[in-house]
Design a protein around this ligand. Structure first.
Ligand SMILES: Cc1cc2nc3c(=O)[nH]c(=O)nc-3n(C[C@H](O)[C@H](O)[C@H](O)COP(=O)(O)OP(=O)(O)OC[C@H]3O[C@@H](n4cnc5c(N)ncnc54)[C@H](O)[C@@H]3O)c2cc1C
Length: 600
């Protein structure tokens, strides 16, 4: 067996972007994207794929082995090769690929940025955390930072001169952000911050000359809970009005965590104001910190969804490549013939089942991710106000599902990929072992998947009296009706039934909530999210199969196009049935695990 090398499924990425979503036509009426055509998008994707293969993939395994190091002066050193990769990414404009050209970005639509980011994460997830968080923080700074300097600071961040972090978590404030204790005391035109943030990704590094920490903290006499939180821009190095660096600010890393995966991403304890004063500037208005931070978290949650997709895609490519080469056992047809030729494991039905599951997960999740990216573009920039609102609502409904369901399936796909490699999957010589370790964090950070499920049930489903959910159901039914007209009777009927299961489960939980059975309702939040995720990906499989069928009729069959029809059959037969099982569980009324005798 040769070593497995990272590769990108550009054929499928192009199919989703140009055949299915028709990005080049759909976004053309939007002024900011009018000058981009398909050729420009394709060239961007090709170059991103090259960077992923040639720059990021080579630092992935060595960076995992080396990890980050904190020196005696409190400086974090990233693994060898990270500095050079950052320089190449910054010079190529990849950190600001989706941001405003007036702020030094390239201005690509979010949907293209999704594809680019998917490739970068797939090549080296730990590295991509630095540019990903920097771009998200820069957007917050550009929108809400101090008036006089916000655009200039954001430009430095998008160009890769400075980096960014998000600092919410404290020892006593994880999922419960309202427990934040960090203090911010006004001193002249700025604030002095004191406290300790933990688990801060990129809390320090040696890639940039400065870091902009976005820190949630509490001003004096603030109300308790999230309502009392404000957001502060806290630089690692202070700067003057021209952004020339002056003196070190009092935000120091005192520890980096040893952890399961993403070893190249420094996860830091950041102490504020203990060694020397830590200055910060208010971002937005006082007590509006959590609303502003939510903008960044929303983007970061979509980014974690992208991590799930990227991990699944990478695991699938590795597993297929391995299974083609690894020879073990004979065909079941030759069982009685000991001298029959040995075959590649990809010919064994059970291995094909695993490969197909991974392929179908990857391709349906990719479709969901990019579609959400395109909807976000329209929601932000379309001229039609009503369309903007409808698209934004759909994005808001789907973000917790994308974050949680895709991160869970990304991890499941990495585990399944490891299984395909057998014992070789478990050892460090092959990349699946690292992928499994790296992937696990996705269900935990940016709000655990349990918290996402509560967000879906407690906030998104109740928005406008349930209208967001009803609109999703209506669009799903319309997709099924259109598919039936095109000869997809069986799949359309199965998906319609699944949508009915979703409706019944939502009604049931709504009824329980109305009766005040809150614990019983929240008990079913996660199964409910999974059920919607299963159905949503089924609808994506249907949408892709419809496009492929049309292309086959117009232009002829290719393995990739036929693969989309097979994806749909496989999904409906093997994966979609989970939806009815989950719906039954949600409606079971079982509250056994809430009994007080347990877990005492
Ligand atoms: C590698 C890594 C990188 C990170 N990067 C950052 C970063 O850059 N910035 C940052 O601010 N933070 C970061 N974090 C922190 C991360 O966001 C938190 O770990 C996460 O929000 C969970 O908080 P916690 O660890 O305190 O778990 P807890 O909140 O203690 O949760 C433990 C368990 O209880 C469940 N739970 C908690 N509350 C509830 C509830 N009300 N209802 C139901 N279930 C509940 C959770 O779902 C979870 O399963 C990072 C963490 C790691 C490990």
């Amino acid at each position: 067996m040769g070593a497995l090398s990272y590769d990108v499924d550009l054929e499928d990425i192009r199919f989703v972007l140009f055949d299915q979503l028709k990005v080049h036509e759909e976004l053309a009426p939007i002024e900011q994207y009018a000058e981009f055509d398909r050729e420009t998008y394709e060239a961007t994707l090709d170059e991103a794929a090259r960077i992923a293969r040639e720059v990021l993939a080579p630092i992935n395994a060595p960076g995992d082995r080396e990890g980050c190091r904190l020196d005696a002066d409190g400086n974090v050193h990233t693994p060898e090769g990270y500095g050079e990769a950052w320089r190449i990414m910054a010079e190529g404009g990849w950190i600001g690929v989706g941001s405003d050209p007036e702020l030094g970005g390239i201005g690509m639509p979010g949907v293209i940025t999704m594809a680019v980011v998917e490739m970068f994460i797939g090549a080296c997830m730990a590295f991509e955390m630095y540019p990903g968080l920097t771009a998200a923080a820069a957007r917050v700074v550009a929108a809400h930072g101090p008036e006089a300097t916000r655009r200039a600071i954001a430009t430095k961040m998008f160009s890769g001169e400075w980096a960014g972090t998000m600092c919410l978590t404290e020892a006593g404030a994880g999922s419960d952000v309202g427990e934040n204790r960090c203090r911010a005391t006004p001193v002249g035109d700025r604030y002095h911050l004191e406290g300790e943030k933990i688990f801060i990704s990129g809390g320090d590094q040696d890639l940039t000359e400065n870091i902009v920490h976005l820190v949630l903290a509490r001003t004096p006499d603030s109300p308790a809970g999230t309502k009392g939180l404000s957001l502060f821009l806290v630089p690692k190095v202070r700067f003057d009005d021209e952004l020339a660096l002056t003196a070190r600010n009092g935000a120091y890393v005192t520890k980096i965590e040893e952890k399961l995966g993403i070893h190249g991403s420094a996860t830091c304890v950041l102490t504020l104001g203990t060694q020397e004063p830590c200055e910060g500037w208010l971002v937005g208005e006082e007590h509006r910190g959590i609303q502003i931070m939510f903008e960044m978290m929303n983007e970061a949650r979509i980014g974690v969804g992208a991590q799930g997709v990227a991990v699944a895609a990478t695991a699938t490519r590795y597993a297929i490549a391995y299974a083609r080469e690894r020879v073990q056992g004979g065909s079941v047809r030759d069982l009685k013939d000991a001298s029959a030729p040995r075959i590649a494991i990809q010919q064994h039905p059970d291995v094909r089942r695993m490969l197909m599951t991974m392929k179908v997960w990857t391709e349906t999740m990719r479709s969901m991710l990019y579609r959400l990216g395109q909807r976000a573009d329209v929601a932000e920039r379309d001229a039609d106000e009503d369309k903007r609102r409808r698209y934004l609502e759909r994005v808001e409904l789907l973000v917790p599902i994308l974050k949680a369901h895709c991160s869970d399936l990304g991890f499941d796909a990495s585990v399944m990929g490891l299984q395909v490699l057998g014992g070789y999957g478990y050892i460090g010589e092959y990349p699946l072992e690292q992928l499994v370790r790296d992937a696990k964090i996705c269900s935990i950070y940016e709000g655990t998947n349990g918290i996402q499920a509560m967000d879906l049930l407690g906030r998104k489903l109740r928005r406008r009296g349930g209208a967001l959910f009803m609109d999703w159901m209506t669009d799903g039914q319309a997709e099924c009706a259109a598919a039936r007209e095109e000869g997809f009777d069986q799949a359309a009927s199965a998906l319609e039934r699944s949508l009915q299961h979703c409706g019944a489960a939502a009604m049931h939980l709504g009824g329980m909530g109305a009766q005040g059975q809150l614990e019983g309702t929240l008990l079913q939040a996660y199964p409910f999210l999974s059920m919607m995720g299963v159905v949503h990906l089924g609808l994506e499989a249907l949408s892709q199969a419809r496009v492929a069928k049309r292309l086959i009729e117009e232009q002829g069959e290719t393995p990739h196009r036929k693969g989309k029809l097979l994806n749909l059959s496989f999904y409906v037969a093997n994966l979609l049935p989970q939806a009815s099982a989950l719906s039954r569980a949600v409606q079971s009324g079982d509250t056994s695990c809430l009994d007080e005798v347990l877990f005492t």
